[in-house]
Design a protein around this ligand. Sequence first.
Ligand SMILES: [Zn+2]
Length: 270
Amino acid sequence: MPTFKVLITVKTYPVPSKTYDELVCTAGVTEEGDFIRLYPINFRDLPYSKQYQKYQWIQFDAEKHASDPRKESFRPNENTLITIGKPIPTNKGNWSERSKIVLAKKSASLEELYEKQKLDNTSLGIFRPREVFDLEIKPDNPEWKPSALAELKQQRIWENRSKSLEPPRKMPWKFIYHFSCDDARCKNNHKMQIIDWEIGALYWNLIDKGTLPDEAAQLVKQKFFEEIFATTRNSYFFVGTVSHYPTWIIIGTFWPLKLTMEPTLFNLDW
Ligand SMILES: [Zn+2]
């Protein structure tokens, strides 16, 4: 079984799925910048020393999923999993150390990722949208489907630190980015849902403090639209396909501050 060293970059809020063992997408990049998806991982069963955080390096043995054709899908052996050091800090907002790894193999656009998908079953990536027009808030079913609830209870993959025996609460909203890519093939009208774990974490944190649902949804938008895609930042989308469906979805954001000196000034050929 090969050994991997991976910087964890993405964890998604659970999505009901027929393939019960991939309700939560955990993904990261290797030292070379190659993406990898890990499942299943039973966070609750990991000892505290192995409960990794985002932007922390971990090492483990893993094998390719036999029944999952997506090139980045691996099954980790949890007994071999160790964490390495502390999470990489943001370096005063410019995320320089994170960027070296995470952006090493960035894509130019969603269209480029669609192309790679046809070529070799690529199913994870990162790219910078040309423009983000909106983050649409759409009401969603406030209850899990019974089948999804059963899967969640069976899998116990929902909690990182808590001893709670309850599965995560169902988000009563969908958050959908409207954006365009920097690509001639782009039709300027992508509408794509984001299922980042942090959306749910922020929302329920607000609700638990007494914020009303409508207001909490607006505050989520304030963070994930106005702050993350502020003009002072060079922000990216992590995207991937979920649960064997070929459809892409946004699974996280990467939002370093723009450098005060634009690097293009020094990259001119002449
Ligand atoms: Zn596009």
